[in-house]
Design a protein around this ligand. Structure first.
Ligand SMILES: Cc1cc2nc3c(=O)[nH]c(=O)nc-3n(C[C@H](O)[C@H](O)[C@H](O)COP(=O)(O)O)c2cc1C
Length: 191
């Protein structure tokens, strides 16, 4: 367990643009998805699903995304979107984690969405466990209805994350983390 503790205390995401081949093979992808589905899931609803976007299809999608992006009048938005599209197109492997809440008399939608978020974190860790690097990204396509449709999402679904996965030997610097005092307290009742 010490190894796991060390990992959890030091883990970092890679920067997507530093990711190269090799990427996980088909068997490793299946292993990662199985791990990603082992998240807390109230009521066993499995309110999420995963989609691999193969490179050739990403090229087509990127062209369609660029058309959407070109409709934006301001240069800054267009440039930022084009960078996201480039990352999406070039990553060695991209897996979309999709939140698909279902009607449930017992489990509120919010809980189901949180469970989808947990799958993204689990995917990152599964990639690390197999010796790969990964980053959880969003991008304009997460919030744009037309882009979501192009990605195969139903009206009732939302992208929880585009997980970019590959290999990288670029050193990862420590990232500033919040001080414990700012994020943790022991509850005390006000008199
Ligand atoms: C839902 C979600 C979406 C994110 N989207 C982006 C993004 O589009 N671009 C980006 O640079 N970081 C994004 N991040 C942040 C990175 O995934 C991550 O926080 C950063 O790389 C540092 O991660 P680490 O603490 O695991 O090292 C997103 C994080 C979350 C939770």
């Amino acid at each position: 367990m010490k190894d796991l503790l060390d990992y959890l205390q030091s883990r970092r995401s890679a920067l997507a643009l530093t990711l190269n081949h090799p990427a996980p093979d088909a068997g490793q992808i299946r292993t990662m998805i199985k791990i990603a589905s082992r998240v807390p899931d109230h009521g066993k609803l499995a309110p999420w699903r995963f989609v691999e976007y193969p490179r050739t299809i990403r090229e087509e999608l990127a062209a369609e995304f660029r058309q959407l992006s070109d409709q934006k009048p301001d240069t800054k938005t267009r440039q930022s979107r084009n960078k996201q599209i480039e990352n999406f197109q070039n990553a060695p492997l991209v897996i979309g984690a999709i939140s698909c809440p279902v009607e449930s008399p017992k489990v509120p939608e919010w809980e189901q969405i949180l469970s989808a978020g947990a799958t993204c974190m689990q995917l990152l860790m599964a990639a690390n466990a197999l010796g790969f690097e990964a980053q959880w990204l969003s991008g304009f396509y997460m919030f744009d209805k037309k882009a979501s449709k192009l990605l195969g999402l139903l009206e009732t679904e939302k992208l929880a994350g585009m997980i970019h996965i590959g290999s990288s030997d670029v050193a990862k610097n420590e990232r500033a983390r919040p001080e414990l005092v700012d994020i943790f307290s022991v509850f005390a009742k006000q008199e």
